[in-house]
Write a protein that binds this ligand. Structure first.
Ligand code: GDP
Ligand code: MG
Length: 306
């Protein structure tokens, strides 16, 4: 699976954030609680430096509560970082952001010297919803807005805290293949760029391994399908996703499965935990190192032959 994150947009977003940096006291980074690692922007840690950051684990209504807590403990080990788990459909808790801001920047937050926060996050994590919730107004368009916010927004919350909306488009962790899949499964990557069957196989493998009970219950299965294809075929038959001759329309069955995960009807499922992610990172690093070693080896052999 390959995803196009246009280099032009990446460069622009990075430049805009760096330009804003001198006037920003702290960051509010919105993450998807189902994929806290993959929904991080890989450049942000270095851009932020030592400036404080509140990492919001959003959409907790779709995630597993114990895993969200595990991620909070893990993320709070990072420098100057606090976390807050939110479900923006229940907006009250989000006001806790204000007291966290004041704790982080105690010498500001007055009329003449307000606290300024930059809200960042990859598309679809809930930035606009959060801005609207905190401001109590409908300022930012949510949902199907175009991928790139063209205008820089400065939002005065009226309590001596100022928000800046993310300029440009922030990209997620796509260097790692598994992150790409999990971003597609959760809906962070636009559907036009993905193949439902491909990502449904990825999700099917995960569910068969980690949540067989949810599959049995939701699709009223008598026994657990032996593999991904068998699962998608069973879903297709249950839901009448058939083509002529009674065969299952796999693409349709895949779309049903993915949408039922995304909207939570299958159950709350977090797709990554700190340990699984660390193993994955180590694997990816080893693969890159092996590749480099092979290349160096070939080069050396080639020189010897000459
Ligand atoms: N289930 C759930 N959906 C949310 C939550 N917060 C935002 N959304 C939805 O996620 C989608 C993207 O939100 P939006 O604010 O436009 O994201 P942005 O691209 O980061 O600005 C919208 O359909 C929101 O209604 C949440 O806490 N739970
Ligand atoms: Mg938005």
């Amino acid at each position: 699976m390959s995803i196009n994150w246009y280099p032009g947009h990446m460069h622009k977003a990075q430049k805009e954030i760096k330009k804003r940096l001198p006037e920003v006291d702290m960051f509010i980074e919105v993450l998807d609680a189902r994929i806290p690692y993959s929904s991080e922007n890989p450049m942000l840690a270095s851009i932020r430096g030592d400036k404080p950051c509140i990492k919001i684990l959003n959409k907790t209504d779709l995630a597993e509560e114990d895993k969200t807590k595990e991620w909070q403990r893990y993320l709070e080990q990072k420098n100057n970082t606090k976390t807050l788990a939110l479900n923006l459909h229940l907006p009250n808790k989000s006001k806790q952001i204000f007291s966290l801001c004041r704790k982080f920047v105690p010498n500001k937050g007055t009329k003449i010297s307000p606290i300024t926060c930059l809200i960042t996050g990859i598309p679809n994590v809930g930035k606009s919803t959060l801005i609207n919730t905190l401001s109590g107004r409908s300022i930012a368009k949510t949902g199907n807005e175009p991928a790139v916010t063209q205008t820089q927004q400065r939002i005065d919350l009226g309590n001596n805290i100022i928000l800046f909306d993310t300029p440009g488009l922030l990209w997620p962790k796509v260097e790692n293949k598994d992150s790409g899949y999990r971003l597609a499964v959760t809906g962070a990557i636009k559907d036009t760029a993905i193949d439902y069957e491909d990502i449904a196989y990825y999700a099917a493998e995960y569910f068969l391994g980690h949540h067989p009970d949810m599959l049995m219950q939701r699709y009223e299965l008598e026994e657990l399908p032996r593999d991904e294809t068998a699962l998608l075929e069973a879903i297709g038959r249950k839901r009448g996703a058939l083509v002529s001759g009674g065969r299952v329309n796999l693409n349709k069955a895949s779309a049903i499965f993915i949408h039922e995960y995304r909207n939570g009807t299958l159950g709350n499922v977090t797709l990554e935990n700190p340990t699984s992610v660390e193993i994955e990172i180590a694997k990816t690093e080893k693969m890159i190192a092996d590749k480099e070693a092979k290349k160096a080896n070939r080069k050396a052999n080639w020189k010897k032959k000459r």
